[in-house]
Design a protein around this ligand. Sequence first.
Ligand code: KMH
Ligand code: ZN
Length: 310
Amino acid sequence: MADKVIITCAITGAIHTPTMSQYLPLTPEQITEQAIEAAKAGAAILHLHARDPKDGRPSADPRMFDQFIPRIAQATDAVINITTGGSTKMSLEDRLAYPLKAKPEMCSCNMGSMNFSIHPVARRIKDWKYDWEKGYIEGTEDIIFRNTFRDIKRILLELGEGCGTKFEFECYDLGHLYNLAYFVDEGLVKPPLFIQSIYGILGGMGPDPENLAYIRTTADRLFGRENYKFSILGAGRHQMSLLTICAIMGGNVRVGLEDSVYLGRGQMAKSNAEQVRKIRRILEELSFEIATPEEARKMLGLKGRDKVAF
Ligand code: KMH
Ligand code: ZN
């Protein structure tokens, strides 16, 4: 029997800024409310970043995470997945501060250094809500998202071995699968793996369906299909169509305002839950079943909510 489909919802991220959507959750209250609603709509995993509530800029401050992670955990049984990517401007030290404190069941782990840019979007925006946004978005033209082998090793050792945290391996390019295979060979990563392949970020793979097939067959060859769960996210307007293809290929899906602020062509998503409900509707029409948080824990070999520190 085919696996049920795990829906991950990435609630706010660090790519979009307040000007890009009035619905982007910024404050602990907004993040809490949208995360709970997304879980109720069917998201088994909630991928979470923090922001400064004063002006919505990305934050790595553990005091910010502390204002919403325990509240979300109390209200839902969804798997809490905390970013270690943070934003491209943060140091690894900062990116790891809250994950090491919280020891969650799952964290993201970005599998290579790369250009990671959204600067062309700045040309289309005339009025910015906050001062920091324009420079932040334009500045991505000249930024490297740093994830060296040593950085990744540190995450795997300190969070993986040290805290029993498993990872959402964020792979933006074919080479990132080979980087992951290197760490499997080194014995630092053990199955089942959760591979989140990413399409449509400027600096990574484009959103062509052919790339999906190529990544899937390469992952089969490198890891063996029985040893990993496949998931994808499509940035921006490619989100829903790529996710549908991925499910048909036996994979899992990630939605959320972190990856796209749209629901459909020219239509803003009014909440994260709205995107969860849309992909759920599509998948259920195609006779896929949606995994509960407990089923996702089993599929991904997670340590369980009773072993986290929040
Ligand atoms: N925003 C995604 C394209 C992370 O948080 O570690 C990548 C991401 C990175 O979610
Ligand atoms: Zn993220």
